[in-house]
Design a protein around this ligand. Sequence first.
Ligand code: SF4
Length: 185
Amino acid sequence: MKPVKRSKIEIAKKPRGVEGPGFFAGKLEEIVGLARANSLWPLPFATSCCGIEFMATMASTYDLARFGSERLSFSPRQADLLMVMGTIAKKLGPVLRQVYEQMAEPKWVLSVGACASSGGIFDTYSVLQGIDRIIPVDVYVPGCPPRPEQIIEGILKIQELAKNESLRRRESPEYKEMLNSYGIE
Ligand code: SF4
């Protein structure tokens, strides 16, 4: 009989704080950040081959559920992580932008693969040369296609952002200015 492998999954570290029997007191910002980072609800906007890599990322071998993100949302109103995977034709641009705008704050965007990030090999009149021309992107995952490990690394980077983000960031003038630069109010 084969020996059972020990799991390498680590429990998320709790934030700094004061604790005793039956209580834990910490900074609200850090506790909210911990909760957000470990319960990201992705909306997979998959249009072509990179989407297949995402399916592998969700399946049993890579199992995105280990990072608290198994609950996919196909409604922008119930998602906080927009994952764009695949070639985005210019005609599809307004749809992608509408999906982004319908997501509530706080929200993050992960651009998966060369096509979503830069148009990839499709340097043509009909393909958007990177989704950051129409919506802000938080993390880019390179590759054509990126392997599931790379997609997971992208999610880990988003988790870091979510964990360390100030609760006031979304109200900040810098954030509003950035959205305004995309014509989003
Ligand atoms: S980056 Fe490569 S694998 Fe991904 S959608 Fe474009 S052509 Fe397909």
